[in-house]
Write a protein that binds this ligand. Structure first.
Ligand code: IFM
Length: 495
């Protein structure tokens, strides 16, 4: 390994508001769908919630110090909509803006560019009470929210990302109900897909209306890399069907202004798509400056002939479901003939395979389809069952503090997590990005998921993705070898 990344390549880390902030009752924030969902019995594997999470709402100075120490150039964070518009009338909450203004300013003062996601799944509960994403009005409300953020933070945000992984928000939230708001209804899931697409387009339009063309706009998609088990016509068909509902349903409208007609015919029993209004596709297809790609693993599928022996909505468990939890509902419609094969090789703690080549493949596939499109890997990382070790040799690795809040500085010197599997995953995937760049992809950044261990949605705190460990009892931050490895990469720009 000795690849030097292009000059100006951005090394970043990523988190999301509900997963790290905590402080759900502060700053006049009102509940999001995740607060409500977590309060329901049997929704979260360990019965937890984002109530405290990593307490980044209060500890952001220390976390920015950590980022400074890592030597990263950008922080991908999200803004909690219910902090900005806590009430149904949409009034903008000054306390919410003040909080994020302080965070953005401290990032800037430390030379770290904010890459801000407007929606990483924490929908205000009052909008779900009116129907949530299956309802058109939610997209219109999103555009108002986007406009208020652009007005407040126009000069402070480097990149505006409308949505994170609308796939999860629509299919896991409304298709299988594994995520908030916990609804199991394919018709609602498809309406949610469309209104999330619409929210993206209207959001970009609203940001540009405030800030003009200088606003750098993006969206982040978790595009699936699905391989056909064999070259047979049937298996290739199964792969195409999976791609259609995982990828094309977002790429088509956002980048090409169209829905593939097969989407409509394949779901005729579920919905007539009457939620798509004249002019929507033009609204959705807005020029973007950069496309965010979240990548973790790949799937292999084969054609399943005996669809009749299986209820139309049953297939393999959802990827984000802990092994052993029985899931009888496919998040995605029209997959009766698509059988997902069990993942192979050493699986991460999420039960996901490790396939760095898939990252190269998706970056090159996007480059082939959309020549010249700027790409950034907005999430990539792995969960492992980490343990803390005592190791005095790490006491010296920490650099000077930059935060103004010395009293609560809490990185623990002398204790470290040795996480060789995360280090190997990180190296292999960064190398996969290097290969894509070498082959012509215009990839300008990589964001490690995640800066910190955090609230992993329906899996609570049972999965640790951080390159820095969080002790949830004390809120201490403890270095992992992967954090130190990432620090080397970010400082040298070499893998
Ligand atoms: O933690 C999530 C994140 O919120 C969205 N992308 C996948 C991550 C790991 O599951």
């Amino acid at each position: 390994m000795n690849y030097r990344f292009p000059e100006g390549f951005t090394w970043g880390t990523a988190t999301a508001s509900y997963q790290v902030e905590g402080a759900i009752h502060e700053g006049d924030r009102t509940p999001s769908i995740w607060d409500t969902f977590c309060a329901r019995p049997d929704t979260i594997f360990d019965g937890s919630s984002g109530e405290n999470a990593c307490d980044q709402y209060h500890r952001y100075p220390q976390d920015i110090s950590l980022m400074k120490e890592l030597g990263i150039g950008a922080y991908r964070m999200s803004i909690a909509w219910p902090r900005i518009q806590p009430t149904p009338d949409g009034t903008v909450n000054a306390e919410g803006l003040d909080h994020y203004r302080r965070v953005l300013d401290m990032l800037r003062d430390n030379g770290i560019r904010p890459v801000v996601t407007l929606y990483h799944w924490d929908l205000p509960q009052y909008l779900q009470d009116c129907g949530g994403w299956p309802r058109r009005d939610t997209a219109l409300r999103f555009a108002e929210y986007a406009a208020s953020l652009a007005k407040a933070f126009g000069d402070r945000v480097d990149t505006w990302t409308t949505l994170n992984e609308p796939w999860c928000a629509a299919y896991l939230g409304y298709g299988c109900g594994d995520h908030a708001p916990g609804i199991k209804d394919h018709a609602q899931a498809l309406a949610a897909v469309h209104h999330l697409n619409l929210a993206h387009g209207l959001g970009v339009r609203a940001i540009r209306a405030e800030l003009g063309d200088k606003a750098r706009c993006s969206v982040t998609l978790n595009l699936s890399v699905t391989r056909a088990a064999t070259d047979s016509k049937e298996d290739v068909m199964a792969k195409k069907r999976a791609d259609l509902f995982n990828n094309e349903v977002f790429l088509g409208p956002m980048l090409e202004g169209r829905y593939d007609s097969e989407l409509l015919t394949a779901t005729a029993r579920v919905t007539d798509w009457n939620f798509v209004h004249d002019g929507d596709l033009e609204s959705i297809r807005q020029p973007i400056d950069v496309l965010g790609v979240n990548y973790y693993s790949t799937n292999t599928v084969r054609y399943r002939a005996d669809a009749t022996s299986i209820a139309s909505d049953e297939t393999a468990p959802v990827a984000t479901t802990p092994a052993g939890l029985d899931v009888h509902h496919n998040p995605i419609p029209a997959q009766e003939h698509v059988e997902t094969l069990p993942p192979e090789g050493e699986l991460t703690a999420m039960g996901w395979n490790q396939d760095p080549q898939g990252l190269t493949d998706i970056l090159l596939e996007l480059t082939r389809r959309y020549p010249g499109l700027e790409l950034m890997v907005t999430e990539n990382g792995s969960a492992w069952d980490d343990e803390v070790s005592k190791d005095d040799s790490v006491a010296g690795v920490l650099g000077p503090m930059v935060a103004d809040d010395a009293a609560s500085w809490s990185v623990v010197p002398g204790r470290i997590v040795h996480d060789p599997k995360r280090v190997a995953y990180l190296d292999a995937h960064i190398l996969a990005v290097a290969r894509a760049i070498d082959a012509g992809a215009k990839v300008t950044g990589y964001y490690a998921w995640s800066l910190l261990d955090n609230f992993e949605w329906a899996l609570g705190y049972t999965k640790r993705f951080g390159i820095v460990r969080v002790d949830y009892g004390t809120q201490e931050r403890i270095w992992k070898d992967s954090g130190l490895r990432y620090r080397d990469i970010a400082h040298t720009n070499v893998i």
